[in-house]
Design a protein around this ligand. Structure first.
Ligand code: SF4
Ligand code: MG
Length: 318
């Protein structure tokens, strides 16, 4: 099976007064047709930047992204227009991402208008269809964003993202700004849509419990670096990296007797302008060893399809 999206050594640096801010230091990942990969980490770990760089909303500093086998950084103008239809993004904040002065119909139809896809009666029909798809009704088309709740606004954002029949959607913390009671509804909607429309998602989040529910595989990032990748079940059952272990220890489990001891992460994420030498996690790691300051841990497959970068799992550690 060929991956729909192939990310190779992706880097995104920002220039911060002459100092490179390494928002994404290294990212390599295959995303297969129809799957959801969760991308998890604390805020500031580079996950949103990664999501935007992967679909070229931000220009990469280095590396490659292939969509259906084609390098998207070298596409012609025509090919780029096609890509803009096939990959979409859903944003975190359904309040900020919808123009308050636009009617819902015009918000949802905006991508159709930009790409000159449909007009007149067909446009209205397509908007009605999209509204129904996300659990709203055609009558909602004439209203304005302020008339809707946070969850409904996120549905509108999803409808807009679906307007052009995309294949791949970056969901950038689509539920983080919503009430906990609404989060599951939006996640369920995304799952239903995935099945119905054959969508592929990169699902960015800091909440690990919802990520487990929606993702087949989960990638954990820390300070712009990949630290662990595995099937969701495997990652939650047997996290290898101390950072993943700490994140998971904070997630409540259904059976409290199985709750692992809470690992408190001391201190803040270091500045990506001045990352620690060696392992970027070492300033907060309970297991840090001498080698962790000297050598960058290599990304390795520890078990089938379970990868991590940590010196704890090296044969010759000291
Ligand atoms: Fe901790 Fe060292 Fe592993 Fe980094 S490489 S996570 S500092 S044990
Ligand atoms: Mg973010």
């Amino acid at each position: 099976e060929k991956p729909l999206v192939q990310i190779r050594n992706l880097k995104k640096y920002f220039n911060s007064g002459g100092v490179p801010l390494k928002a994404v230091n290294h990212l390599s990942l295959d995303i297969f047709q129809g799957e959801t990969v969760g991308l998890v980490g604390e805020s500031g770990c580079g996950k949103s930047t990664a999501g935007k760089t992967i679909i070229r909303l931000l220009e990469a500093t280095d590396g490659e992204v292939f969509f259906e086998g084609k390098n998207i950084f070298t596409l012609s103008v025509t090919e780029m227009k096609k890509l803009r239809r096939e990959v979409q993004i859903i944003f975190q904040d359904p309040y900020a991402s919808l123009n308050p002065r636009m009617r819902i119909e015009d918000i949802i139809a905006e991508p159709l208008d930009i790409h000159g896809v449909v007009k007149g009666k067909k446009r209205k029909e397509r908007v009605a269809e999209l509204l129904k798809l996300v659990g709203l009704t055609p009558e909602h088309a004439n209203r304005y964003p302020h008339e809707f709740s946070g969850g409904q606004r996120q549905r509108i954002g999803i409808a807009r993202a679906l307007a052009l029949n995309p294949k791949f959607i970056v969901c950038d913390e689509p539920i983080s700004a919503l009430d906990v009671s609404i989060q599951a509804q939006v996640v369920n909607l995304l799952k239903d849509l995935q099945e119905k429309l054959g969508l592929t998602y990169l699902f960015i989040a800091h909440d690990l419990s919802m990520v487990k529910y929606i993702s087949e595989r989960v990638l954990v990032m820390y300070l712009g670096n990949m630290v662990e990748l595995a099937d969701s079940d495997e990652l939650y059952r047997e996290p290898l990296h101390p950072y993943t272990q700490a994140l998971l220890s904070a997630v409540p489990v259904p059976d409290p007797s199985k709750q692992s001891e809470r690992i408190i992460l001391e201190g803040d994420v270091p500045s990506p302008m001045n990352p620690p030498s060696g392992c970027v996690f070492r300033t907060r790691c309970q297991h840090a060893m001498d080698i962790c300051a000297r050598e960058i841990p290599q990304w390795k497959e520890m078990k089938p399809k379970h990868y991590t970068a940590c010196h704890l799992y090296n044969e010759q550690k000291n």
